[in-house]
Design a protein around this ligand. Structure first.
Ligand SMILES: [Zn+2]
Length: 383
């Protein structure tokens, strides 16, 4: 019996041992599988985190590269940005200049009308033609005037878009590098200011249906800023002559390479003006021939605190002054004599701004006054 018992019990006992072993093996297998699953999950999580970090790093590096390219633009390279989306609707934008006075001298009223018109047109961006902060630019990227003259003034919804800005002579009175410093853009992401840069926008479905903007720094050209004892904070990275030569070469190359149907150059100083400052001879000599040789349609500027349109018979370029962002009404009367055709189409010695509508074959520009009324309209067409 014991034997039988054993013989009877042995299989059960063996079975029990086998079962225990199986259970043990299953348990070990389960633990191994669990460990594998945990490891796999850990690897997946690591992959997700690493991938995310990699993508974020690449985006940051590309932005830093873009920023550095823009910063380098004061040296050599014109940086390029803009929409690559083909448009089915007109491109609308506003142009204002000579504005930053803490809301005074009707700056706030001009801003209000800009907001109204910008809302009606659903503008894509704003162009500032310089003299952004009076009287002496910004003291640094933390200057409170950036808020009191810009962020706290242009508050309407339609103006919460990119402001492409050039530098004026009053900006150079202060710490001019503050306005192209990324720290200012961190304070208000709308702000986009460089010494020299390009912007391209599609206007339609054909490759040529584009408008290309060339923003240039006109300050170094003006001789009197270098010969008088005025407090210009020149912070050019290379000697003035080299800077100017490089800027002219870059502008020439960029314009020549452009296949855009419409070419618009934006700078602070006048080329042609019948107002206080009049023509800027240095720009007529050095820059205008480049514009004419490369079929530039329009030169937009500020500097004179007025709104004016000039189209002379001796040049294909239209000259538009939009410098009525705040202090105006200087009582300047156009200096015109009967013997020469100055090509003056419109002149207004007061505050205002321009609203531009662009289509593939047409540009419409309305000049608004402080009451939000259209004072003057111009229309350019091209097949
Ligand atoms: Zn100026």
């Amino acid at each position: 019996m014991p034997t039988e018992g054993l013989s009877i019990e042995q299989p059960d006992s063996q079975h029990s041992v086998d079962q225990d072993e199986e259970v043990g093996l299953l348990s070990v297998t389960r633990q191994i599988n669990n460990a594998r699953i945990k490891r796999r999950h850990a690897w997946i999580m690591f992959g997700i985190v690493f991938g995310t970090l990699l993508v974020v790093s690449l985006i940051l590096i590309s932005r830093i590269d873009q920023h550095l390219a823009c910063r380098k633009s004061s040296l050599a390279v014109l940086c390029r940005s803009g929409s690559s989306v083909q448009r089915q609707t007109p491109l609308n934008f506003l142009v204002v200049g000579d504005w930053g006075r803490n809301g005074l001298y009707n700056q706030s009223l001009v801003a209000e009308q800009m907001g109204n018109v910008g809302g009606q047109l659903n503008v894509s961006f704003i162009i500032s033609t310089g003299d952004n902060f009076y009287e002496n630019g910004l003291t640094g990227p933390d200057d409170e005037q950036f808020s009191t003259s810009f962020s706290n003034i242009y508050t309407q919804k339609s103006l919460q878009t990119t402001w492409y800005s050039v530098l004026g002579n009053h900006d150079y009175h202060g710490n001019v590098s503050a306005q192209v410093d990324q720290k200012v853009t961190f304070r208000d992401p709308r702000w986009n200011c460089h010494n020299n840069f390009q912007l391209i926008h599609d206007l339609g479905n054909t490759p040529q249906a584009k408008v290309e903007f060339f923003f240039i720094d006109t300050n170094p050209f003006v001789e009197e800023y270098w010969t008088t004892k005025s407090s210009y904070a020149w912070q050019l990275p290379i000697p003035r002559r080299d800077y100017i030569m490089e800027e002219l070469m870059n502008l020439t190359n960029a314009l020549a390479a452009s296949t855009a149907k419409w070419k618009i150059v934006v700078g602070h100083h006048t080329m042609r003006s019948v107002s206080t400052h009049g023509d800027t001879l240095e720009l007529l000599e050095a820059v205008l021939p480049i514009l004419e040789a490369n079929a530039v349609d329009l030169y937009i500027n500020g500097h004179d605190h007025c709104m004016q349109h000039i189209k002379r018979p001796d040049s294909p370029v239209h000259f538009l002054t939009s410098g009525g962002g705040s202090k105006a009404w200087r009582g300047t009367k156009p200096l015109i004599n009967a013997e020469e055709d100055f090509g003056l189409r419109f002149y207004y010695d007061g505050q205002g701004f321009a609203a531009v509508t662009m289509l593939p074959t047409e540009v419409c520009i309305d000049l608004y006054n402080i009451s939000g009324q259209v004072m003057y309209s111009m229309n350019l067409q091209k097949n």
